[in-house]
Write a protein that binds this ligand. Sequence first.
Ligand SMILES: Cc1cc2nc3c(=O)[nH]c(=O)nc-3n(C[C@H](O)[C@H](O)[C@H](O)COP(=O)(O)OP(=O)(O)OC[C@H]3O[C@@H](n4cnc5c(N)ncnc54)[C@H](O)[C@@H]3O)c2cc1C
Length: 331
Amino acid sequence: MNQPHLYDVAIIGGGAAGLSAALTLGRARRSVVVLDAGQPRNAPAAGAHNLLGNEGIAPLDLLARGRDEARSYGARIVSATVTGASGSAAEGFTLTTQPLPAAEATPTTIRARRVVLASGAVDTLPQIEGLAERWGRDVIHCPYCHGHEVRDQRLAVLATGPMWLHQAKLIRQWTDDVTVLLDTQDAPCDEDRATLESRGVRIIAGRVEQILTADDRLTGVRVAGHAAPLPLDAVLVGTRLRIDSALVDGLGIATEQNPMGTFVPVDIQKATNVPGVFAAGNVTNPGSMVASAMADGVMAGALVNMNLIDEEFARTAQAAQTVVTASAEPA
Ligand SMILES: Cc1cc2nc3c(=O)[nH]c(=O)nc-3n(C[C@H](O)[C@H](O)[C@H](O)COP(=O)(O)OP(=O)(O)OC[C@H]3O[C@@H](n4cnc5c(N)ncnc54)[C@H](O)[C@@H]3O)c2cc1C
């Protein structure tokens, strides 16, 4: 049976990190395939901010440009979900792919000498009626991504974990109208309460029951034990990030946890604990933004290329040594 083509590098995920790695590897004359399920984390947002040269660009427009740029250097981009991964640097890696509906016909198996995991992370949202529908619009997670767009408005911090105190202090930079909704979290100690109240931050106890909307805008929240809804313009919420466990388990990649979620630790070479598997972007850092995911991807691409170059020189040097040894032997 014919073996599928062996790419130099397969990149799992075609977001900011994966496409940046593909661009770098394409320019380094590597054969590279990007396998992308097409759901970047910031897709619900109107614009990607803090992005010099592309400030405010629609997230999917940015990636469409990135795909074109990577393709112009020979990268192949396949719309597919990687559902399984196995192999090693010595034997090559095998990725099982599920083509997306209406996408180009693709083989279900991809082989590559190296893998870059750039599959991002998924936000786990609190289960509150009406919240998911507003995610990335006026239910937001990051003041740097959305704070300027909601400046001077009525904001609430929905406390979901120990980071809520930090979030309440942070968002106060963008507006002087901040309310903390404690929901399931404990009330703060007297000192923390006094610190927040010293800059006008209010604290409300009680379960948040519903996010209220009108005319496609968030208008407030309903809190248990409070007769009237609290009028608001936006809600800041801490999410927990999870990563695709089928991929990390299949390849034996180690993961770690921090208060923001699960991630894949990498060393300074962007290498995971599995030889031949590199990682970049949100999958390695829950706090990563678009620009840092791009920088990660470029570095991962360059370092994978060097890793392959080292292997190629080692192979030719060994072959040359074998020839020298053989010709030096008496006939
Ligand atoms: C609502 C929101 C708004 C944001 N706004 C900003 C902003 O304004 N500025 C900013 O700098 N940052 C912003 N961010 C953060 C930004 O989204 C991330 O930093 C960025 O998307 C990380 O890029 P990435 O390439 O690592 O992951 P992603 O962009 O998430 O890309 C990962 C890709 O991998 C694919 N994938 C996942 N699993 C598989 C698989 N098994 N097989 C194939 N493909 C797979 C996904 O479908 C996706 O296309 C925002 C985040 C959110 C949630």
